[in-house]
Design a protein around this ligand. Sequence first.
Ligand code: AMP
Ligand code: GLY
Length: 423
Amino acid sequence: MNILVLGSGGREHTFAWKIAQSNRCKSLFVAPGNSGTEAIATNLNIGVTDFEAIKSAVLEHQIDIVIVGPEDPLVQGIHDFFLQDDAIKNVAVIGPQQAAAELEGSKEFAKEFMIRHNIPTAAYESFTIENVEDGYKFLETLQPPYVLKADGLAAGKGVLILNDLDEAKAELKSMLVDAKFGDASTKVVIEEFLDGIELSCFVLTDGKDYKILPTAKDYKRIGEGDTGLNTGGMGAVSPVPFATKEFLDKIENQVVKPTVDGLKKDNLPYVGFIFIGLIKVGDDPKVIEYNVRMGDPETEVVLPRLKTDLVEVFEAMANQTLSEVDIVIDERAATTVMLVSGGYPEAYEKGKEITGVDNITDSIVFHAGAISKEGKTVTSGGRVMAITSYGNTYNEAIKKSYQSIEKLHFDKMYYRKDIGFDL
Ligand code: AMP
Ligand code: GLY
């Protein structure tokens, strides 16, 4: 098999790391990749939404499977692009077709899907500029905090949670009338605030059957104690200790099964990962969002716990034989801590040399915003590297990650020192 992974983050390095362990993989390419993927695969200098260039690369390198890391190409229809082109229509694409990718591409679409299929979620209404006044009135009927969500993709920034009614109205106006998130906020979903603890569930589907991967929890805020601005994710743990067997059964029966059945009933073609963001309210799971890809940095703790050959899994997904695959999970816990550029998620500097990576022996270093330049590894993004460790308990694993981080350095490096603090 020749395999192409699309993306350049820690998630894609983790995919590449896992795929490279399979003897079913002959040649591995990553586009555009980073310094981590460059060490184990061939990086191709192609953007993830440049479909024509991706097609050329697929033909040139005789790619059999394309793994789509981020959501953008999926929401823009990369899978459909492949199916509509005779030259590449037989190449397997791991990631849903555009109609199904709307589960992440439109919050309203996702909410309607959940309501239609009886999947537990927060009550909601959606508004546009035409009925912004109704939006204000709806806010008045709710108790704070108020949850406002831009309908479209807003690079993870489109959800606002506000304590004050006037502030909520002002933000609603800013989203609908002043296009705060551009086109993404021409429609806004206002929903009931769910009070509980968050976790994520990852599902593989071939459109017929599904397999559930280990749960994970990520830490989204920049500051310790879950304070400050939202980020792409500052660290993660797997499994989630409070996800008992009983609770996992509820997730499977109340959320996963109706989701996969719902995709079939609605004729939404789906071969790929479903990332379900959940909140445990009392003893019950409620869905806060769907993503049509794996999470980052959740991938950095979920895939290292997968013992099954990932290429075998992808082949089965493409061939609709997923039900025959045995998903074997490492009993150990895995944790990851994300190292970020000082200033992130606001302005930060790039091009800082990263040293000490080779001294790390007890953890796995997944590169994210890092590239090779003139023989050195330098920072190229906000989230720079994820340091993953195993342990018999997550405490043991997290301790190892922090010990490894001491060996690594770049100017203005920052990380949260409290990953797992709430468990
Ligand atoms: P999302 O982009 O949908 O993942 O939302 C970002 C974050 O906002 C989530 O990870 C939750 O922490 C929070 N959130 C979203 N919806 C709700 C809700 N209905 N109630 C409470 N928190 C929420
Ligand atoms: N870590 C959250 C995400 O990937 O969306």
